[in-house]
Write a protein that binds this ligand. Structure first.
Ligand SMILES: [Zn+2]
Length: 138
């Protein structure tokens, strides 16, 4: 529903560059990375992804996990997917917390919402955001 734009790509790059220890495999030149064009979700989730990234950085500072990598950040079935490898329990618990938060946050504007089915799609978007992103009817 939320298409990647140059602005959303820039916003994702800013988050990734702010925490290089979290996103070290995701540099823009690495086109093999699933993060090379940013986060595949709406802008309403960026603040919670930013807080998640800060907390993962703090955990990694405390107990380094050399194999840790973020593989992909996207929306699937209305939920936040934050795929990682080489993780530990504290990081996984923190990601689970962000996923619960995302399930109650509009992917479009960051306001309160919940996962529901709209036009056969699962989404967390609120009504105004659904109207805004809905393709015009013929
Ligand atoms: Zn909204």
């Amino acid at each position: 529903m939320f298409l990647q734009t140059p602005e959303s790509r820039c916003a994702a790059m800013r988050v990734m560059q702010a925490w290089p220890q979290v996103y070290r495999s995701a540099c823009p030149s690495n086109s093999a990375s699933l993060l090379s064009d940013g986060f595949r979700c709406g802008p309403g989730w960026y603040p919670l992804i930013e807080r998640l990234s800060a907390d993962i950085a703090a955990i990694l500072d405390e107990m380094p996990v050399p194999a840790f990598r973020v593989l992909q950040v996207n929306q699937k079935f209305g939920g936040l997917r934050f795929r990682v490898t080489g993780s530990n329990e504290r990081i996984l618990n923190r990601i689970a917390k962000a996923q619960v938060e995302a399930a109650h946050t509009c992917e479009g504007c960051g306001g309160p919402s919940r996962i529901r089915s709209v036009d056969m799609w699962l989404t967390t978007s609120c009504d105004p955001c659904i109207e805004r992103t809905r393709p015009p009817r013929r």
